[in-house]
Design a protein around this ligand. Structure first.
Ligand code: TGC
Ligand code: FAD
Length: 387
């Protein structure tokens, strides 16, 4: 954390290795992302495959997984990497989250040895891109109602249905697809070149424009028996993958907020109105102080959850606390920072509106803020609002 925003001196509570990983990713973002990201965002085009290979070289893809070419880093180190990536752009953290925490994690946790050998090493280097198909056009927050079907035909499986809003689908080599069978929800590793699979890019997004999003149509897609992830049984399997990715977002959101606040602090120090810098006005200082306090609270929360994860004690509802708070506060920080930049706040020359727009997606995906409120509500009351 760059002074003066590290109000609580959190930096020394990281290990040397954690700081080193964070600094390497920060440098990568400075060199490789910051000079181009405004253009990628404006054009709605991002060199995702190229970036994936560069992220792979640094060991960022599936970095918290072990074996199969994965780095085996701690949860805190992975979180710090997410924080730095999202300080660049939420779309880049998304690329890493979907690859490592959703697609790779699903295969690593629930796949056969053969599936792991086939996919994980090339996904870890970024040669192969994965996506994760849970959401459907008519079923987002409630994946238990999914209508994508997988039926047996001899030894084969035949998949029919549609998945919507799938990050990286148009550029993916493999999709982890969740489908209903006669025995309940099951997962499948589906090569994207299988006949009957088509992916169409979703255009005109006003958020997460430096990220590729698509729709997957599954039209009688015939798969061999060994395409099914043998250890995945029931909705719990995809939901456990979400817990992994949501954890990364807890950290990532703080990165986006930090970038907004750093930008704003610098701006308010140099922009003069009424004969003095904006930073000298009491109202501006109140905004800056409130935002810096929320930022450091978010960082503390992320670090606490990370230490719990490294001690194998992190529960899904605790991740919901983190995702709910940190994304909500990051969005509030981005909007408040925008006011301090005045008209420049809406300009793509500054990162703030881009972060704010991105955070609208982050608030919705991986469980909307309302879903996380209800998960926390269930923890508090013992009553499920979903049943
Ligand atoms: P429910 O009955 O509560 O649970 C079914 C089983 O799953 C277990 N479980 C979890 N396990 C691990 N992690 C979690 N987060 C879990 N949540 C639930 C649960 O204990 C139960 O186990 P068992 O043994 O009793 O069978 O299920 P429900 O149908 O009532 O739904 C609960 C609800 C609403 C919380 C869940 O459906 C949900 O989380 N909905 C939100 C859907 C969502 O987040 N979709 C995200 C799609 S992927 C994405 O957005 C990628 S964005 C790109 C990027 O990350 O960058
Ligand atoms: P809905 O579920 O229709 O919800 C609409 C509104 O109703 C929300 O405010 C919600 O909180 C509220 N609501 C719903 N149920 C309740 C309730 N019980 N109580 C109170 N309020 C409720 N999905 C994937 O599977 N893979 C991906 O890679 C992926 N990437 C994405 C990338 C982007 C850019 C975006 C925007 C989405 C992505 N998603 C992905 C989809 C995302 O997970 C869903 O959008 C999200 O789960 C919400 O579903 P929905 O959009 O259908 O909204």
């Amino acid at each position: 954390m760059t002074a003066p925003l590290d109000l609580l001196d959190l930096d020394p509570s990281l290990t040397d290795e954690e700081r080193q990983i964070r600094d390497v990713v920060r440098q990568l973002v400075d060199d490789r992302v910051r000079p181009h990201v405004a253009d990628w965002y404006e054009q709605g085009q991002v060199p995702a495959r190229e970036l994936a290979r560069e992220f792979g070289k640094l060991g960022l893809l599936g970095m918290h997984l072990t074996g199969y070419g994965c780095a085996g880093a701690s949860a805190v180190a992975y979180g710090l990497a997410c924080q730095e990536l999202e300080a660049g752009d939420s779309g880049l953290r998304s690329l890493v989250s979907v690859q490592g925490s959703l697609a790779m994690y699903a295969i690593w946790r629930y796949g056969s040895e053969e599936q792991k050998q086939r996919w994980l090493p090339s996904m870890a280097t970024g040669e192969a891109i994965g996506c994760f198909g849970l959401t459907e056009p008519d079923h987002g927050s409630d994946p238990a109602s999914m209508t994508t079907r997988a039926r047996r035909d001899g030894d084969d499986w035949v998949l029919t249905g549609a998945k919507m809003w799938i990050t990286n689908a148009p550029i993916a080599d493999v999709a982890v697809i969740w489908a209903r069978t006669d025995e309940g929800v099951r997962g499948f590793a589906v090569p994207m070149d299988t006949p009957g699979v088509t992916a169409r890019e979703i255009r005109r997004k006003m958020s997460l424009r430096a990220s590729v999003t698509g729709e997957i149509a599954l039209d009688d897609v015939r798969l061999p028996a060994d395409a099914r992830l043998p250890e995945a049984s029931g909705l719990k399997a995809p939901l456990s993958c979400l817990t992994e990715a949501r954890y990364g977002i807890v950290w990532g959101a703080v990165g986006a907020a930090r970038d907004c606040l750093e930008t704003t602090l610098a701006y308010a120090g140099t922009r003069t109105q009424f004969g003095r810098p904006l930073a000298g006005f009491q109202l501006t200082q109140a905004k800056l102080a409130d935002m810096a306090v929320e930022l450091v609270k978010g960082q503390l929360l992320a670090l606490h959850l990370g230490r719990l994860a490294d001690a194998h004690r992190l529960r899904p509802d605790q991740v919901s606390v983190g995702k709910l708070n940190n994304v909500r506060e990051a969005l509030a920080i981005a909007r408040q920072c925008r006011t301090i930049l005045g008209a420049n706040g809406v300009s793509g020359e500054y990162p703030i509106m881009r972060h704010a727009n991105n955070l609208e997606s982050v608030l919705t995906y991986e469980g909307t803020s309302e879903i996380h409120q209800l998960v926390v509500g269930q923890r508090l009351t013992g009553l499920s609002a979903f049943a």
